[in-house]
Design a protein around this ligand. Structure first.
Ligand SMILES: [Ca+2]
Ligand SMILES: [Ca+2]
Length: 297
Protein backbone atom coordinates (compact mmCIF):
# COMPACT_ATOMS: atom_id res chain seq x y z
CA UNK A 1 0.00 0.00 0.00
CA UNK A 2 2.68 2.41 1.08
CA UNK A 3 4.79 1.26 -1.83
CA UNK A 4 1.86 1.90 -4.21
CA UNK A 5 1.36 5.38 -2.85
CA UNK A 6 5.02 6.25 -3.03
CA UNK A 7 5.12 4.84 -6.56
CA UNK A 8 2.15 7.04 -7.53
CA UNK A 9 3.75 9.93 -5.70
CA UNK A 10 6.97 9.28 -7.60
CA UNK A 11 4.95 9.16 -10.80
CA UNK A 12 3.37 12.51 -10.00
CA UNK A 13 6.76 13.92 -9.04
CA UNK A 14 8.38 12.54 -12.21
CA UNK A 15 5.64 13.83 -14.46
CA UNK A 16 5.80 17.14 -12.58
CA UNK A 17 9.52 17.13 -13.10
CA UNK A 18 9.15 16.42 -16.80
CA UNK A 19 6.63 19.24 -17.08
CA UNK A 20 9.10 21.50 -15.25
CA UNK A 21 11.90 20.28 -17.51
CA UNK A 22 9.73 20.77 -20.54
CA UNK A 23 8.86 24.28 -19.38
CA UNK A 24 12.52 24.86 -18.64
CA UNK A 25 13.28 23.64 -22.11
CA UNK A 26 10.70 25.93 -23.65
CA UNK A 27 11.86 28.95 -21.68
CA UNK A 28 15.53 28.17 -22.28
CA UNK A 29 14.66 27.82 -25.98
CA UNK A 30 13.02 31.21 -25.92
CA UNK A 31 16.23 32.61 -24.43
CA UNK A 32 18.38 30.80 -26.96
CA UNK A 33 18.58 33.75 -29.35
CA UNK A 34 19.47 36.19 -26.56
CA UNK A 35 22.57 36.34 -24.38
CA UNK A 36 22.32 34.78 -20.91
CA UNK A 37 20.86 36.78 -18.02
CA UNK A 38 24.25 37.84 -16.58
CA UNK A 39 25.21 39.23 -19.98
CA UNK A 40 21.88 40.98 -20.36
CA UNK A 41 22.41 42.68 -16.98
CA UNK A 42 25.96 43.77 -17.88
CA UNK A 43 25.00 44.97 -21.36
CA UNK A 44 22.00 46.80 -19.97
CA UNK A 45 24.14 48.76 -17.53
CA UNK A 46 26.59 49.77 -20.24
CA UNK A 47 23.86 50.44 -22.75
CA UNK A 48 21.82 52.52 -20.34
CA UNK A 49 24.89 54.68 -19.68
CA UNK A 50 25.66 54.97 -23.39
CA UNK A 51 22.02 55.67 -24.25
CA UNK A 52 21.84 58.33 -21.53
CA UNK A 53 24.92 60.06 -22.92
CA UNK A 54 23.52 59.80 -26.42
CA UNK A 55 20.17 61.29 -25.36
CA UNK A 56 22.01 64.16 -23.65
CA UNK A 57 24.06 64.81 -26.80
CA UNK A 58 20.96 64.50 -28.96
CA UNK A 59 19.04 67.03 -26.86
CA UNK A 60 21.95 69.48 -27.06
CA UNK A 61 22.39 69.02 -30.82
CA UNK A 62 18.68 69.41 -31.55
CA UNK A 63 18.65 72.56 -29.38
CA UNK A 64 21.59 73.97 -31.36
CA UNK A 65 19.69 73.30 -34.58
CA UNK A 66 16.59 75.01 -33.14
CA UNK A 67 18.66 78.11 -32.47
CA UNK A 68 19.50 78.14 -36.20
CA UNK A 69 15.79 77.95 -37.07
CA UNK A 70 15.50 74.21 -37.68
CA UNK A 71 12.66 72.16 -36.24
CA UNK A 72 12.91 68.36 -35.95
CA UNK A 73 10.46 66.67 -38.33
CA UNK A 74 11.73 63.06 -38.32
CA UNK A 75 13.86 61.07 -35.89
CA UNK A 76 14.86 57.43 -35.65
CA UNK A 77 17.54 56.20 -33.23
CA UNK A 78 16.94 52.57 -34.31
CA UNK A 79 16.38 51.36 -30.75
CA UNK A 80 14.55 48.11 -30.02
CA UNK A 81 14.57 44.86 -31.97
CA UNK A 82 12.35 45.67 -34.93
CA UNK A 83 12.48 48.27 -37.68
CA UNK A 84 9.85 50.94 -36.91
CA UNK A 85 7.41 50.33 -39.76
CA UNK A 86 5.52 53.55 -38.99
CA UNK A 87 8.65 55.28 -40.36
CA UNK A 88 10.31 52.80 -42.72
CA UNK A 89 9.51 50.05 -45.18
CA UNK A 90 11.88 47.51 -46.63
CA UNK A 91 12.48 48.40 -50.28
CA UNK A 92 10.96 45.93 -52.76
CA UNK A 93 12.96 42.68 -53.04
CA UNK A 94 13.95 43.04 -56.65
CA UNK A 95 17.13 42.78 -58.66
CA UNK A 96 19.35 45.84 -58.34
CA UNK A 97 22.44 45.99 -60.51
CA UNK A 98 24.37 42.76 -59.73
CA UNK A 99 22.49 41.82 -56.57
CA UNK A 100 19.07 41.69 -54.97
CA UNK A 101 17.54 43.85 -52.28
CA UNK A 102 16.51 41.53 -49.48
CA UNK A 103 14.45 42.21 -46.32
CA UNK A 104 16.79 39.88 -44.39
CA UNK A 105 19.72 42.24 -44.99
CA UNK A 106 18.21 45.32 -43.29
CA UNK A 107 17.55 44.93 -39.56
CA UNK A 108 18.13 46.41 -36.11
CA UNK A 109 21.02 44.99 -34.06
CA UNK A 110 19.20 45.47 -30.73
CA UNK A 111 21.95 47.86 -29.62
CA UNK A 112 20.51 51.00 -31.18
CA UNK A 113 21.66 50.59 -34.77
CA UNK A 114 20.15 49.86 -38.16
CA UNK A 115 22.29 47.35 -40.03
CA UNK A 116 22.39 47.46 -43.83
CA UNK A 117 24.15 44.25 -44.79
CA UNK A 118 25.65 42.85 -47.97
CA UNK A 119 25.79 39.02 -48.18
CA UNK A 120 26.58 36.24 -50.62
CA UNK A 121 24.46 33.08 -50.72
CA UNK A 122 24.93 30.35 -53.34
CA UNK A 123 26.72 32.72 -55.69
CA UNK A 124 24.01 35.39 -55.46
CA UNK A 125 24.48 38.74 -53.76
CA UNK A 126 21.93 40.32 -51.42
CA UNK A 127 21.86 43.75 -49.80
CA UNK A 128 19.60 45.69 -47.46
CA UNK A 129 17.49 48.73 -48.32
CA UNK A 130 14.94 50.77 -46.38
CA UNK A 131 12.80 53.69 -47.47
CA UNK A 132 10.39 56.21 -45.92
CA UNK A 133 8.38 56.30 -49.18
CA UNK A 134 4.70 57.00 -48.43
CA UNK A 135 5.51 57.36 -44.72
CA UNK A 136 7.74 60.42 -44.54
CA UNK A 137 8.31 62.77 -47.45
CA UNK A 138 9.51 66.36 -47.27
CA UNK A 139 10.68 69.11 -49.60
CA UNK A 140 13.68 71.14 -48.36
CA UNK A 141 15.17 70.67 -44.91
CA UNK A 142 18.24 69.39 -43.14
CA UNK A 143 18.83 65.64 -43.42
CA UNK A 144 21.42 63.91 -41.25
CA UNK A 145 22.60 60.33 -40.77
CA UNK A 146 25.24 59.13 -38.31
CA UNK A 147 26.80 55.92 -39.54
CA UNK A 148 29.84 53.69 -39.84
CA UNK A 149 30.46 53.00 -43.53
CA UNK A 150 31.49 49.62 -44.93
CA UNK A 151 34.73 49.56 -46.92
CA UNK A 152 34.90 46.47 -49.03
CA UNK A 153 34.82 45.88 -52.77
CA UNK A 154 31.99 45.37 -55.27
CA UNK A 155 29.16 47.26 -53.63
CA UNK A 156 28.31 50.65 -52.21
CA UNK A 157 26.17 51.97 -49.40
CA UNK A 158 24.12 55.14 -49.67
CA UNK A 159 22.02 57.66 -47.75
CA UNK A 160 19.83 59.43 -50.31
CA UNK A 161 16.61 61.26 -51.11
CA UNK A 162 14.36 60.14 -53.94
CA UNK A 163 11.14 61.16 -55.68
CA UNK A 164 9.23 59.90 -58.73
CA UNK A 165 9.91 63.35 -60.24
CA UNK A 166 13.57 62.37 -60.76
CA UNK A 167 12.32 60.28 -63.69
CA UNK A 168 10.52 63.19 -65.37
CA UNK A 169 12.28 64.73 -68.37
CA UNK A 170 12.08 68.54 -68.67
CA UNK A 171 12.26 71.45 -66.21
CA UNK A 172 15.73 70.19 -65.25
CA UNK A 173 15.86 68.96 -61.65
CA UNK A 174 13.24 71.37 -60.37
CA UNK A 175 10.46 68.80 -60.81
CA UNK A 176 12.44 66.19 -58.89
CA UNK A 177 16.04 65.20 -58.31
CA UNK A 178 17.73 62.14 -56.85
CA UNK A 179 19.92 63.58 -54.10
CA UNK A 180 22.72 61.26 -52.95
CA UNK A 181 23.89 62.67 -49.63
CA UNK A 182 26.61 60.02 -49.43
CA UNK A 183 27.64 57.02 -51.55
CA UNK A 184 30.69 54.79 -51.06
CA UNK A 185 31.70 53.18 -54.40
CA UNK A 186 35.40 53.96 -53.90
CA UNK A 187 35.64 52.57 -50.35
CA UNK A 188 37.82 49.64 -51.46
CA UNK A 189 40.43 51.95 -52.99
CA UNK A 190 41.41 53.09 -49.49
CA UNK A 191 41.59 56.70 -50.68
CA UNK A 192 39.14 58.12 -48.09
CA UNK A 193 36.80 59.30 -50.87
CA UNK A 194 33.02 59.39 -50.74
CA UNK A 195 30.52 60.68 -53.31
CA UNK A 196 27.82 63.38 -53.22
CA UNK A 197 25.63 63.37 -56.33
CA UNK A 198 22.49 64.72 -58.03
CA UNK A 199 20.60 63.00 -60.86
CA UNK A 200 17.67 64.44 -62.80
CA UNK A 201 15.63 64.22 -66.02
CA UNK A 202 15.35 60.44 -65.85
CA UNK A 203 17.90 57.72 -66.34
CA UNK A 204 17.76 57.47 -70.13
CA UNK A 205 19.30 59.64 -72.84
CA UNK A 206 18.19 62.88 -71.14
CA UNK A 207 19.79 61.91 -67.83
CA UNK A 208 21.92 64.60 -66.25
CA UNK A 209 24.01 64.52 -63.14
CA UNK A 210 26.44 66.46 -61.03
CA UNK A 211 28.71 65.20 -58.28
CA UNK A 212 31.56 65.83 -55.88
CA UNK A 213 34.20 63.52 -54.46
CA UNK A 214 35.28 64.78 -51.06
CA UNK A 215 38.32 63.19 -49.42
CA UNK A 216 37.94 62.90 -45.64
CA UNK A 217 40.83 61.14 -43.86
CA UNK A 218 39.57 58.21 -41.78
CA UNK A 219 36.06 58.36 -43.24
CA UNK A 220 35.82 54.54 -43.36
CA UNK A 221 36.80 54.18 -39.70
CA UNK A 222 34.29 54.73 -36.91
CA UNK A 223 31.10 56.77 -37.00
CA UNK A 224 30.61 59.98 -38.98
CA UNK A 225 27.71 62.30 -39.76
CA UNK A 226 26.54 62.92 -43.33
CA UNK A 227 24.15 65.81 -43.85
CA UNK A 228 22.40 67.92 -46.47
CA UNK A 229 20.90 71.40 -46.20
CA UNK A 230 18.40 71.52 -49.08
CA UNK A 231 16.92 75.01 -49.36
CA UNK A 232 15.20 77.01 -52.11
CA UNK A 233 18.54 78.32 -53.46
CA UNK A 234 20.97 75.41 -53.24
CA UNK A 235 22.09 72.12 -51.78
CA UNK A 236 24.84 72.22 -49.15
CA UNK A 237 26.50 68.93 -48.15
CA UNK A 238 28.28 68.33 -44.84
CA UNK A 239 30.48 65.59 -43.41
CA UNK A 240 31.06 65.73 -39.64
CA UNK A 241 29.59 69.24 -39.69
CA UNK A 242 32.08 70.56 -42.27
CA UNK A 243 30.82 71.75 -45.65
CA UNK A 244 32.03 69.46 -48.45
CA UNK A 245 29.96 70.59 -51.47
CA UNK A 246 27.59 73.41 -52.39
CA UNK A 247 25.66 73.45 -55.65
CA UNK A 248 22.45 74.47 -57.41
CA UNK A 249 23.08 72.09 -60.33
CA UNK A 250 19.94 71.34 -62.34
CA UNK A 251 17.98 74.03 -60.52
CA UNK A 252 16.92 73.06 -57.03
CA UNK A 253 14.19 70.44 -56.67
CA UNK A 254 10.89 71.76 -55.32
CA UNK A 255 9.11 68.48 -54.68
CA UNK A 256 8.92 66.30 -51.56
CA UNK A 257 11.35 63.40 -51.40
CA UNK A 258 11.57 60.26 -49.28
CA UNK A 259 14.66 59.09 -47.40
CA UNK A 260 16.47 55.88 -48.36
CA UNK A 261 19.34 53.96 -46.78
CA UNK A 262 20.56 51.21 -49.06
CA UNK A 263 23.43 49.12 -50.29
CA UNK A 264 23.81 47.67 -53.74
CA UNK A 265 26.15 45.38 -55.56
CA UNK A 266 27.73 46.55 -58.83
CA UNK A 267 30.98 47.09 -60.71
CA UNK A 268 31.00 50.84 -59.89
CA UNK A 269 32.24 49.63 -56.51
CA UNK A 270 34.79 47.19 -57.98
CA UNK A 271 34.66 43.40 -58.15
CA UNK A 272 32.39 41.88 -55.50
CA UNK A 273 34.26 38.57 -55.80
CA UNK A 274 37.11 40.28 -53.90
CA UNK A 275 34.83 41.27 -51.02
CA UNK A 276 34.96 39.79 -47.57
CA UNK A 277 31.23 39.24 -46.92
CA UNK A 278 29.00 39.80 -45.09
CA UNK A 279 29.79 43.52 -44.81
CA UNK A 280 27.69 46.03 -42.88
CA UNK A 281 26.80 49.70 -42.76
CA UNK A 282 25.91 50.54 -39.14
CA UNK A 283 23.46 53.45 -38.79
CA UNK A 284 23.10 55.10 -35.38
CA UNK A 285 20.37 57.58 -36.27
CA UNK A 286 18.57 59.61 -38.92
CA UNK A 287 17.33 63.11 -38.10
CA UNK A 288 15.42 65.41 -40.43
CA UNK A 289 14.59 69.03 -39.73
CA UNK A 290 12.45 71.59 -41.51
CA UNK A 291 12.86 75.37 -41.42
CA UNK A 292 10.90 76.96 -38.66
CA UNK A 293 8.54 79.33 -40.55
CA UNK A 294 8.70 81.92 -37.80
CA UNK A 295 12.40 82.34 -38.43
CA UNK A 296 12.23 82.11 -42.21
CA UNK A 297 13.45 85.34 -43.87
CA1 LIG B 1 13.06 67.03 -64.66
CA1 LIG C 1 21.02 54.72 -32.37
Amino acid sequence: MEKKISKRLMGVLVSGLSVALLMGCISSNSYAASPNKAEIKMLTKEEIKEQKEKRKREKKEIKEMEKKGWELSFLDNFEGDELDTSKWSHSPEWKRKDGYWSNDEAFLDGKGNLIIQISERDGNYYSGAVTTRGKFEQAYGYYEMRAKLPNDEGFWSAFWLMTDGAHTVGDEGRDGTEIDIVETPFAYKNNDTVVHALHWDGYGEDHKSAGAYPVVPGIYEGFHTFALDWNEKEYIFYIDGKETWRTDAGGVSRVPAFVQITAEVGTWGGNVKNANLPAQMVVDYVRVYEKNNKQRD
